[in-house]
Write a protein that binds this ligand. Structure first.
Ligand SMILES: Nc1ncnc2c1ncn2[C@@H]1O[C@H](COP(=O)(O)OP(=O)(O)O)[C@@H](O)[C@H]1O
Ligand SMILES: [Mg+2]
Length: 139
């Protein structure tokens, strides 16, 4: 199910696979250098969405949660998980600005932790857990 309110699209997903295939379609709207913030609570499906984007971009490697590495690099995207970032200074030291400027698509989980470092024109995807199986995805 999909409906649009002004230029905001809301999609209701009924399974992880449906989230991934929606994300794979969404990936077609992305351009090199786009920074996409993935928002939603733990277990909402941010990583599942990133896996779908990767599929849509033709990434053949397995996309795993970068929780310990902070950022995983694929062609043509970076996947960040800032859950464990302790300060913006730490993120700067990890070279985040270079990643944002590399001309690749950046997908960022827990961007709240690096709010002051983000480029001005980020895209946003908000995933809300409706129940065990359903997710409302706002793009
Ligand atoms: N419709 C759905 N879309 C995405 N994930 C779902 C859905 N229904 C159930 N899930 C489950 O929710 C969890 C989402 O995990 P994950 O993508 O790692 O979330 P996050 O990265 O937001 O913490 C997975 O265990 C997945 O199987
Ligand atoms: Mg995750």
């Amino acid at each position: 199910m999909r409906y649009n309110i002004r230029d905001m699209a809301i999609f209701l997903s009924h399974s992880p696979e449906e989230t991934k295939s929606f994300a794979a379609q969404y990936a077609k709207t992305l351009r090199p250098g786009d920074v996409v913030l993935l928002e939603g609570e733990m277990g909402a499906g941010k990583t599942a969405f990133a896996q779908g984007v990767a599929r849509g971009l033709g990434v053949t490697e397995d996309v795993l949660s970068p929780t310990y590495a902070y950022v995983n690099s694929y062609e043509p995207m970076f996947h960040f998980d800032c859950y464990r970032i302790e300060s913006e200074r730490q993120a700067e030291e990890l070279g985040f600005f270079d990643y944002f400027d590399a001309g690749k698509i950046c997908l960022i989980e827990w961007s709240e932790n690096i709010a002051g470092l983000l480029p001005a024109d980020c895209k946003k995807v908000v995933i809300r857990k409706v129940n065990e199986e359903e997710r409302e995805i706002v793009t």
